[in-house]
Design a protein around this ligand. Structure first.
Ligand code: MN
Length: 700
């Protein structure tokens, strides 16, 4: 068959011969399975999966993706089972086919209110394997390309769904070519009359424009040549749908929209982009405010280019895009360009696949229990480069980095909202500010006029914007906190020298402040807390004229740690101390007081400089939770991870981080958990020991 031969020869340009023979097997297997089934057009059914595979082949997708594309309707429409596909073509292909079949079962509602829900479902599926979405989009594209055989009512509903759901997803993934084609076809079938009128008008107008376009194109090419640049210049034809959208959104007439000319310049490297920009700006005057540097600041979907609008001959506006070949490839194929088949990347692929399977099994086992969803929120989806899409109460979509919290969201809206936020509502329910946002969440921030940023926010915000606003705010209040802690540290050092702090008089203080060059007594105390000065040294200098009041040891209390000290007290990431542990405070230059467990190697090291060590103890009634690291070794048995996860969730502990390392029969998992204290940790470990396949648990 002609089409099939085309697929094999296109794919053989970048796949290995053994991949091609797998494709051939999948093709004839699919052909057999679908035999006797026909499309509405009368063609044998296999022509559809074949066309879908070719679309993906043009994106240079890997062999499992193309194989799965050939088989994507087999499980749904024939008697073939997932197991059979797995046996014949391997588990990865079977998982992809299964993913596409499951996606087909998701009912999309096309009302605007349901938009968030649609995105959430789609993106959750995507998190499992982005290739599933790519197959689905190619499937939809081919169905749109062959829509003319459908009844007009059916055409319209499929077209609407395409415009409202699939085209935006293609856009988010940066798959511009597919995005534009889906839009164009969607518009054509949703508004057939408007489409026909615009096509006709555009055709007529293009005839008149051809001469102008040619002139401008020549002028640009010559100017770039003068600048010694190797460049390709293209006139950009506007798509019908984008003309229509501009007319509607910007209330322009047809000729106003069409009178904007578009050109694209492709050069060899990034510096040349800027040289080309300079050349164009000297050819035609740039319109102020119309320059955008998406090279320095790429769009969230990875798009890069320089955009500038110029004033051409006769005052014609000219929109230019300047980019490199590589940027062009990404702008056309988006996420797929990261997935391009590279034989050297098999290791990476393997890793992704493992993570995939793990998530997959979790999803399956836990999909009906309420805990599972909570657990999944804490997992990192490393499969998709890192953004989450969330909604404002008005339905506007915000893109935030993965693991962003409600606080990040608040600052993303406005710094005033961030500085005054006290609580959040996520999907209509009250949620703590530290809640990590998930795709599709609808987030509302509750503010109070006298609220202030809390230092603990810094431990979980992920956006630079939130971080810098909080830091800025805290700088002022941090000083007061530092003074207070510094005083406690100094008092302890004085007591260690058998000096009663209250006995130090004003004159001694004034002399010390003068000698040390500090601005004030408060500034000096703050320096102590921040580790810039040592309490023992300052205590000595304060007391040097005094002799000890009595030679008896004055019992002194250790400094109490409450966990609410803010920036001045930190908990060491090496040993993760939790309430109940015996702890030691180390003064670290520029960092302030860092709390370690007494047996941490860092402490043993530091005991050479005892003046850096501080006697500390946990306060009573600590309410916050602390991170702790545990290692679990478990047998590689089906579902064991899910059982561990749900056991942890049941003890009211949160998972901050998971790392895994698999051996043949066993998997070692490193968890960072949030616990209240040693007692809570003991309870978590006790519950985990009850799981049959868990071999060993240790705190690290
Ligand atoms: Mn299909």
């Amino acid at each position: 068959m002609h089409e099939a031969e085309l697929l094999f020869s296109e794919a053989s340009q970048y796949l290995r011969p053994e991949d091609i023979s797998q494709l051939k097997n999948a093709y004839s297997f699919g052909q057999g399975a679908h035999s006797g089934q026909y499309r509405k057009s009368g063609e044998p059914y296999i022509s559809h999966p074949l066309a879908v595979a070719r679309i993906l082949g043009q994106l240079h997708m890997d062999a499992p993706t193309l194989t799965a594309a050939l088989l994507h309707d087999v499980v749904e429409d024939t008697h073939i089972s997932k197991e059979e596909i797995s046996e014949r073509f391997g588990a990865p292909v079977a998982e992809l086919v299964d993913g596409v079949s499951k996606l087909d079962k998701i009912q999309f509602q096309t009302q605007v209110e349901a938009q968030a829900e649609n995105f959430r479902k789609m993106l959750l599926a995507m998190a499992r394997d982005v290739r599933v979405i790519l197959i689905k989009l190619a499937d939809r594209l081919h169905n749109m390309q062959t829509l003319q055989v459908m009844r007009s009512e059916k055409q319209r509903s499929i077209a609407r769904e395409t415009l409202e759901i699939y085209a935006p997803i293609a856009h988010r993934l940066g798959l511009n070519k597919i995005y534009q084609e889906l839009q164009e076809l969607g518009f054509r079938y949703l508004h057939p009359l408007r489409y026909r009128v615009l096509v006709k008008a555009t055709k007529a107008a293009r005839g008149n424009r051809r001469e102008v376009v040619g002139k401008i194109q020549d002028a640009i090419s010559n100017k770039l040549k003068d600048a010694d640049l190797e460049a390709q210049v293209y006139g950009r034809e506007k798509h019908i749908y984008s003309i229509y959208k501009k007319m509607v959104e910007k209330q322009l007439t047809f000729s106003e929209v069409l009178d904007i000319y578009g050109f694209r310049v492709i050069v060899n490297d990034v510096p040349s982009c800027y040289v080309a920009l300079g050349a164009l700006h000297s050819l035609y005057r740039p319109i102020p405010g119309k320059f955008k540097d998406y090279i320095a600041i790429p769009k969230q979907n990875g798009y890069q280019s320089l955009h500038s609008t110029l004033l051409g001959p006769f005052g014609i506006p000219i929109e230019t895009q300047i980019r490199t070949q590589e940027m062009h490839r990404i702008s056309e194929n988006g996420v797929a360009s990261h997935w391009l088949y590279k034989s050297t990347d098999t290791d990476l692929g393997d890793l992704n696949m493992k993570t995939n399977q793990w998530l997959q099994s979790l999803l399956e086992i836990l999909s009906d229990s309420a805990d599972s969803k909570e657990f999944l929120e804490h997992l990192k989806f490393d499969l998709f480069p890192g953004d989450v899409y969330v909604f404002t109460p008005q339905g506007k979509i915000l893109t935030l980095p993965r693991q962003s919290t409600a606080v990040d969201f608040a600052y993303a809206i406005h710094s005033d909202i961030g500085n005054c936020c006290v609580a959040a509502k996520i999907n209509g329910e009250n949620a703590p500010l530290r809640s990590e946002l998930k795709n599709g969440d609808r987030v509302e921030i509750i503010t109070a006029p006298y609220a202030k940023p809390n230092p603990s926010w810094l431990s979980y915000v992920v956006t630079g914007r939130a971080r810098s606003h909080i830091r800025h705010f805290l700088k002022t209040i941090q000083f007061d906190e530092s003074v207070e802690l510094g005083e406690r540290m100094l008092n302890q050092a004085l007591l260690a020298l058998n000096v009663e702090p209250a006995l130090i008089d004003k004159a001694q203080w004034e002399k010390l402040v003068r000698d040390s060059g500090a601005k004030s007594r408060e500034a000096l105390l703050a320096d102590l807390a921040l580790g810039k000065q040592l309490p023992a040294v300052i205590a000595k200098r304060l007391t040097s004229p005094l002799e000890s009041i009595n030679s008896e040891q004055v019992p002194h209390d250790p400094i109490t740690i409450l966990g609410t000290e803010g920036l001045t007290v930190q908990f060491a990431k090496c040993c993760h101390p939790i309430p109940g542990d015996v702890i030691v405070g180390l003064i670290k230059k520029e960092h302030g007081l860092v709390i370690h467990t007494h047996n941490c190697p860092v402490v043993t090291q530091s005991q050479k400089n005892p003046e850096n060590c501080l006697d500390v103890t946990w306060g009573k009634d600590i309410t916050r939770t602390f991170g702790v690291k545990i290692k679990i070794v478990a047998a590689n048995r089906h579902g064991v991870l899910a059982r561990i996860a749900s056991a942890i969730a049941k003890t009211e502990s949160n998972i901050d981080d998971v790392a895994m390392e698999s051996e043949k029969d066993y998997t070692a998992m490193g968890f960072v958990l949030q616990v209240r204290n040693r007692h809570h940790l003991a309870q978590v470990i006790r519950d985990l020991r009850r799981i049959k396949d868990v071999a060993k648990i240790t705190r690290i």
